[in-house]
Design a protein around this ligand. Sequence first.
Ligand code: ZN
Ligand code: MN
Length: 479
Amino acid sequence: MTTYETVIGLETHIQLNTTTKIFCGCKADSWEQSPNTNICPVCSGLPGVLPVLNEAAVRKGALLAAAMHSEIRLTSYFDRKNYFYPDLPKGYQISQYDISLGGGGFLDLPMPDGSIRRVNIAKLHLEEDAGKTKYENGVRYVDFNRCGVPLVEMVTGPDLRSADEAAQYLIRLRQLLRWLGVSEADMEKGHLRCDANVSIREMGSTVLNTKTEIKNVNSIEAVRTAINTEVERQIALVESGGRVEAWTLDWDDAHKRLNKMRSKETEADYRYFREPDLLPLKLDEAWRDEVLESLPELPLARRTRFMTDYDLPEYDADILTGDRPISEYFEAAVKAYGGDPKAVSNWIMNEILRMLNDLGLMADELTITPEHLAAVIRMVEAGTINNATGKAVLAKAQTSGKSPESIVEEEGLAQVSDDSALQAVIDQVLAAHPDELSSYRGGKEGLFGWFMGQVMRETRGKADPQLTRELLAKALKGE
Ligand code: ZN
Ligand code: MN
């Protein structure tokens, strides 16, 4: 039996979150509003108009190139990519062909076994988006709102070896785009679109066989399923003596199947030539240096630093660098707390992340500051409040905006850790429940937790659990 290896390259289209479109003043984020209301003569391709390049799109594209370790070329060109489709009113798309903004580059993916898979970038260029068409009741409609929205197209080398690796690439790319603030990167909304080139070869071979291109995969899960479906089809085809043809396939997510769209165009079909309406894109060195200097520490580097500087497990470091605000929140809280970073990590992973999830917020939108969190951890550690009260105080600090210290003071939440006070409560609980007490003494030791619960209720959760357990154990034994 032959074993096969999967070879995957991904083409992604990333919508840059600029205010305006790439060659005109229309809004860039309004393509979901009512059809053909967010257009002008430039982006709808009327004759006699000229495109004007949006500097913000170039800046965001260059920042992304820098983060992908691509060369930011000081001179690049715009080209016309010619094809006919109803959503493309000019009959060509302004793109960059042979000499584009970014040259080369890579994205490193941390793999589950701790290794790093380097995915090379073959192309990184700026281009304009096309419009949309929809089919309804036998009529096809066109909507040009999205025409001219700035995109970066990024193509990887054939470096990915499984559907899971392809999914991992998209997860890390999405993380990076949000980290840089260059795109909302929401796949469901089409801010990040992905086509997958898929081929198979015998394990150990280095040839690149005929690939098919899967279009219209709009979620990480769809990428995984679509690639696996196509790999199974290609293997079955080759095993039965057939040959893979260079098809373009459309992923039908509702029915989880691939439909053949057309035989794929080759690049020659697009008749690329330089865009005569735009000058070469020339960047000066100072502008490029400024972009390079604005590049923040990248997620993977920060993840590694969290493991070395704070001695965090890989799992914690990965989650705490999931997005930039949470990573900054963590570092600020560690600084404010001054103790073991792992304690801060635990509180963030258990409490803060759950709160963010429930509220639908990012860490920088929370009312509780990193200093507040540090104060809660310190109070728990000092025994001023117990763990459960700490969690309750965090929730109250979030809704009220008050500091944890003032909440503890105003509501009298400080832990009861005074022996005689606790002993009095325990005696009272035991006296009030003679039946349970005799059952316990008769061997039903499972009632211990119930007695703990009664004491906690009497003290409104403020009893020091450790001390309560000790005193209660003695009292129950009649000591
Ligand atoms: Zn326009
Ligand atoms: Mn493209």
